[in-house]
Design a protein. Structure first.
Length: 198
């Protein structure tokens, strides 16, 4: 009976020690800092390329450096914030022929799986929604590092990938504008304070 009581006490102590460790092991949460990040793209125009960007976006990254598979990403872009440096062209891009921003105000990506691909690199699989069409895609991503600054603990991430705009019903400019859109996302994100254990 005494040995059973001792075992129960040891088990209780182990549980008490494990709970704080489990809380620490949760992925760190980062909020995208739009002032120090960027969402840009290039697309063929006749025989050259046109560059553009989106100026209004937000995102949350949950990142666990030790267990990358437990990480996740949520990212939302305001379609009307598109900027190619030409007001007339940007107005056209906001129209129904392209993004249809009045009916479809946001572009979004929500991850469903993160797969480690080596040191600080991983594939992020998730659902990309553009103009009301959702497709599952896998994009490469890199962790650029983390450091403590006067503006909080910050981490850097980067992703570059290509999609076909026709897959999402963005069909304007056929014969003038290419189908492949090369997208680059650069993120500097601020780590949020860890939640206090309940």
């Amino acid at each position: 009976m005494r040995s059973k009581t001792i075992l129960q006490a040891v088990a209780a102590i182990l549980v008490m020690l494990w709970l704080p460790l489990a809380a620490v092991a949760q992925p760190a949460t980062y909020k995208v800092d739009p002032v120090h990040s960027g969402v840009s793209f290039t697309i063929r125009h006749f025989v050259s390329e046109v560059e553009g960007r989106f100026k209004d976006y937000a995102g949350t990254i949950k990142y666990d450096a030790q267990h990358t598979a437990d990480s996740s990403v949520q990212f939302t872009v305001q379609a009307a914030s598109i900027d190619t440096g030409n007001e007339s062209r940007d107005k056209d891009l906001r129209s129904d022929s392209y993004f249809g921003v009045e009916k479809f105000p946001t572009l979004s990506f929500v991850s469903t799986k993160v797969t480690p691909k080596g040191s600080n690199s991983f594939d992020v699989t998730g659902n990309l929604t553009i103009k009301g069409v959702t497709k599952t895609i896998t994009i490469p991503a890199s962790f650029l590092g983390e450091m403590k600054t006067q503006m909080g603990q910050r981490a850097g991430f980067r992703s570059a990938f290509t999609i076909k705009r026709s897959d999402y019903g963005v069909s304007g400019g056929a014969g003038i504008v290419g189908d492949d859109v090369n997208i680059t996302i650069r993120v500097e994100a601020v780590r949020e304070p860890a939640a206090a254990p309940k």
